[in-house]
Design a protein around this ligand. Structure first.
Ligand code: DHB
Ligand code: MG
Length: 251
């Protein structure tokens, strides 16, 4: 092969980056829609939720929170399904947990965070948003916390969950999903973030280079053959670029 010819994979990756990562239209549409639908004028929680996003960045957390539109979409799905007992895996700064808590006055969110610093920032953010009474942050490895929650649910010391949002390390997605199935009521909703990752999920040659994407592929395959759940993936663009989420509903 001549030196100036790049491998096919490189071309594909660059093409994806160029097509999807830097499309100003996606940013402009989110900005336009949010200015009407997630604005101070239209949303009672707007200022407090925006402050969580800003204070998380000021505290040095990575800029990987849900987009505003997706966070509101999550909250609306929790409200549509009349979910009040909500579990989140991956708190980060508490932005999505805070949105989910606004689904209703009865909503209670349990959110799991590995990183102590992230969990401390999230606790401060949630307190500043006056949502501490609706949000329980559990710090530590999610697999340990989930095992404890499952034990409590089985002993009827804790209510099973009716809505789960999985947004943590992608390598363990399949295990988180299985535990979510065990922790939830019939017809519960389970949503998994970041299942598309700039389209890499569908490119086996890209996926094998990234164990996060491999984790997602394993999850999709397992969900597809799980008769206990009905699921679909919706691809998304916007201020967080090209990605997508899995929506699964227990039978
Ligand atoms: C990453 C993680 C996320 O949950 C997300 O929404 C975006 C990016 C990441 O680890 O890069
Ligand atoms: Mg995410």
């Amino acid at each position: 092969m001549a030196d100036n010819i790049e491998p096919v994979n490189e071309h594909v990756t660059h093409a994806y980056d160029a097509l999807y990562e830097r499309d100003q239209r996606h940013l402009a549409v989110d900005a336009y829609m949010n200015s009407h639908l997630i604005s101070e004028a239209s949303n009672a929680h707007y200022v407090k939720l925006e402050k969580i996003l800003q204070d998380s960045l000021v505290a040095g957390l990575p800029d990987i929170a849900c987009s505003r539109a997706q966070a509101k979409f999550l909250m609306l799905q929790a409200r549509m399904s009349s979910s009040t007992n909500i579990l989140e895996i991956g708190t980060l700064g508490g932005y999505s947990a805070a949105w989910l808590a606004t689904a209703s006055k009865d909503a209670h969110v349990t959110t799991l965070e590995l990183d102590r610093d992230f969990a401390r920032v999230a606790a401060e953010n949630v307190a500043a948003a006056e949502l501490s009474h609706q949000i329980e942050i559990i710090t530590g490895p999610a697999l340990l916390s989930l095992t404890r929650l499952l034990d409590e649910v089985r002993k009827q010391e804790r209510q099973p969950y009716d809505f789960v949002f999985i947004d943590a390390n992608k390598q363990d997605n399949i295990t988180y999903f299985d535990l979510a199935m065990s922790l939830t009521t019939p017809h519960a909703t389970i949503i998994v973030d970041n299942v598309v990752r700039n389209g890499k999920v569908a490119l086996e040659s890209e996926a094998v280079k990234d164990d996060r994407v491999m984790g997602t592929r394993q999850l999709i395959q397992a969900v597809g053959s799980n008769k206990g759940v009905d699921a679909t993936v919706i691809q998304t663009v916007g201020e967080k670029n090209y990605d997508g989420f899995l929506l699964a509903v227990k039978v």
